[in-house]
Design a protein. Structure first.
Length: 337
């Protein structure tokens, strides 16, 4: 398996790859954070509840190590920069390919040495940086690794178990930890909402239409997933029957093999396969199937195949990645009937 394929399995559909116990779940946008605390005075302790337990910072962190490009973008919104960052083994040359929405806006090049060849955080490399805060995700860091990293510095892994933490909730947590006013979350949300509202106004053809988001998972099946549901709903579409919107709904969401792909009957269908099928064989089989061609979405020009970068933009995405995805997909959405 190529490095690209392995990384994409980890970054674009890692929930599904972890097996049925976790299930493909989560949506990049998520619901806005609510009841955000005001910025704590400098020197006051701040405690954040995370997926693996509470973390407490007694002072504003000065040496942050970020193990996700999304955290770097969110830190940018707070006028903060990490002393080092990485997103698996991504090199500076690969950033425009994997994360085009962040190219030129990261402040520094990624340090792939922060991850091992097995795509796990390198405790030795991280400890050498003497961080006072480590930012990671549950997909990059299991509980055993979290315990190891926590011996180095307080480690934030997001707030959700079994799914992506929304960028709004991550930004709320980071604002609190870095002693910034939580109003930044509302400001970022307002800009995001305005961008998607303007796009929705250009899509009168799709208002109220049902949608499915299906990603290739284990067993050569398309799994309906809530990843990406938030930006699609922000464009005025509604969930089709069985389309999950939360992690709690994901375990019971339908799965479709090639033999029953004709059941993808929503008005608009987004399909992501490239992360699991770099050869394109599965997509080719779908495109050659006359039953797929007869789907309402296909008949109306509303069946969309997302490449790995487009899928990564909405699968655990951020405001920047989802707005980039919108620019990519909007012209095609305008042509749909």
């Amino acid at each position: 398996m190529s490095q690209l394929t392995t990384r994409r399995r980890l970054t674009s559909l890692v929930a599904g790859m972890l097996g049925a116990a976790l299930v493909l779940s989560g949506c990049g946008g998520g619901a806005p954070a609510t009841d955000a605390p005001a910025a704590a005075p400098a020197g006051d302790a701040v405690t954040i509840a995370t997926a693996y337990g509470d973390i407490t910072l007694d002072d504003k962190p000065e040496r942050i190590v970020a193990l996700s490009s999304r955290h770097v973008e969110l830190l940018n919104l707070l006028d903060e920069q990490p002393v080092a960052w990485a997103d698996y083994l991504t090199t500076a040359e690969e950033v425009p390919l994997y994360y085009p929405w962040l190219d030129g806006g990261l402040g520094s090049d990624p340090d792939p040495n922060l991850f091992t060849a097995d795509y796990l955080p390198s405790a030795e490399a991280i400890a050498a940086l003497q961080p006072d805060l480590i930012l990671t995700t549950i997909w990059q860091t299991d509980e055993a690794t979290y315990e190891q990293l926590s011996q180095i510095a307080p480690t934030y892994v997001g707030t959700e178990q079994g799914t992506n933490t929304s960028w709004q909730d991550d930004l709320t947590s980071l604002a609190a930890l870095t002693r910034h006013d939580a109003a930044v979350v509302a400001e970022a949300q307002a800009e995001y909402d305005a961008t998607f509202a303007a796009a929705a106004a250009k899509l009168p053809n799709l208002q109220g239409k049902t949608f499915y988001i299906a990603a290739l998972g284990e067993g050569d099946q398309l799994w309906l997933t809530e990843y990406g549901a938030a930006p699609v709903m922000a464009l005025g579409m509604t969930a089709g029957e069985g389309q999950p919107l939360t992690a709690a709904e994901a375990p019971d969401a339908p799965k479709f093999s090639l033999e029953n792909a004709d059941q993808l009957t929503a008005d608009v269908v987004f399909i992501a396969t490239e992360h699991r099928d770099p050869s394109g064989a599965f997509r080719a089989a779908l495109e050659a199937d006359p039953r797929v061609a007869a789907l309402p979405a296909a008949q109306n020009g509303a069946l969309f195949y997302l490449d790995s970068t487009q899928w990564g933009a909405v699968n655990g995405g951020s405001s920047a990645s989802e707005e980039w995805w919108l620019d990519q997909i909007l012209p095609a959405l305008q042509q749909a009937r």
